[in-house]
Design a protein around this ligand. Sequence first.
Ligand code: HEC
Length: 103
Amino acid sequence: MSERALRSAVLASALLVLGAASSTVTITLPPDNVQFKPGPGVDLATANCATCHSAAYIYVQPPLNRTQWTAEVTKMKKAYGAPIADADIAPIVDYLLTQNGRP
Ligand code: HEC
């Protein structure tokens, strides 16, 4: 066996050992149980937005303006099938603006 082939073989077995070891590693994800904070419209937001994902999705966003939040809520409805009544979109957006909005 050439030295090069031997090196490759040694490297390959090292990788195999590493691969076997990594299968036993446990990864602890950060808790995702962020709740909507109190405010006018919090019940609507909790009912319409917390069914699929936590409120973290709203708070980790950069602040959005009214047009952007409206587009975001509409996307949840049209693209992801969230059962949001059209009449609830504006009050939900009002609430989202109080939580993570900008002019
Ligand atoms: C039917 C399930 C569902 C509902 C209900 C829902 N969402 Fe989402 N939302 C999703 C999915 C799916 C994603 C994309 C997740 C991903 O990319 O990991 C998402 C992502 C997001 C994001 C991250 C940015 C983005 O566009 O991907 C925000 C912000 C968000 N949702 C806000 C809301 C708000 C506000 C509501 C309530 C009006 C809501 N969601 C209701 C399914 C839903």
